[in-house]
Design a protein around this ligand. Structure first.
Ligand code: JEB
Length: 266
């Protein structure tokens, strides 16, 4: 996969040199280029912003430097249609399903805006060259797209073949089965008056698997009740159903449903 990132703060993307993603680049699994938007300006002051039409606070990023930058990164891979990801508080929410989808692409281009965002005509124009996806990291306000790109590149990069050493660790983890992860522990078994749950020391792998699954249900019901409704209940054991009943969930038409009058209040 090839990834191009365009930003007025290319140093902000320096962490992509490190750790898993840095290793993937060294191993040739990922080609990542960061471009300084200002190198695509032509005026003496290397201007990238101007005042908004219609008035209002703040500045807006000018269209032409963006068009120059995006044409340059699109030309680098002729013949294919790269995906242009535009981080924006007004985008579709980034999630694991989108990470998997984007991990299949040949080329991703990330356009990091700043100020009040990028002149909307860039988004319209870019559809001629790219599949354009405005994407939000979540419902909170950042100052620009760079932090969102760090998160998305890490989430996508670790799904590329060969990047994560043990692919089995991708299977078990959070959100691949729609539930939160079970809690994990390591040595010592007794620590500052807090013991590891004894079942984990029992050596009974059937019981341990069941306990972990029930911890996933318990945590998800407590912290993310939105993930419980609609969970595919088609694969539940009797023990699973009992644990879920204790948490206030019944199975209705193959889906979980919070029992009216149960503990769960969404
Ligand atoms: C992404 C950005 C800004 C209104 C307020 C602030 C470019 N989850 C997210 N929150 N905020 C952003 C984001 C993502 N992804 C985000 C790009 C830009 C915020 N701003 C500041 C723009 N409009 C500028």
């Amino acid at each position: 996969m090839r990834i191009d990132v365009v930003s007025i703060f290319p140093e902000y993307l320096a962490p992509l040199e490190l750790s898993l993603i840095g290793k993937a680049r060294q191993d040739g699994l990922l080609e990542l280029n960061v471009h300084d938007l200002r190198t695509f300006t032509t005026d003496k002051h290397r201007t990238v912003d101007d005042t908004p039409y219609g008035g209002g606070a703040g500045m807006v990023m000018k269209a032409e430097p963006w068009a120059q930058a995006l044409e340059s990164v699109a030309a680098a891979r002729e013949g294919s249609r790269p995906v242009l990801i535009v981080p924006s508080p007004a985008g579709e929410k980034f999630n694991q399903a989108l990470a998997y989808e984007l991990a299949e692409e040949e080329q991703l281009v990330f356009a990091c805006g700043r100020y009040e965002g990028i002149d909307e005509r860039v988004i319209d124009w870019a559809q001629e060259h790219f599949t354009v996806r405005p994407v939000s990291l979540g419902d909170y306000v950042l100052n620009g797209g760079e932090v969102a790109v760090l998160a998305m590149v890490e989430a996508i990069g670790r799904l590329l073949p060969g990047v994560v050493g043990n692919p089995e660790s991708l299977v078990e983890e959070s959100h691949s089965d729609g539930l939160l992860e079970y809690p994990v522990y390591t040595k010592p078994s007794a620590w500052r008056e807090h013991d590891v749950p004894p079942i984990l020391l029992s050596g009974n792998h059937g019981k341990i698997a069941q306990w972990r699954r029930h911890e996933q249900f318990r945590r998800t019901a407590e912290r993310r009740p939105d993930l419980m409704e609609g969970f595919d209940a088609g694969v539940l054991s009797r023990a699973d159903r009992q644990a879920l009943a204790d948490l206030g969930y019944d199975v209705v038409d193959g889906r979980l449903k919070a029992r009216p009058g149960g503990d769960i209040e969404n």
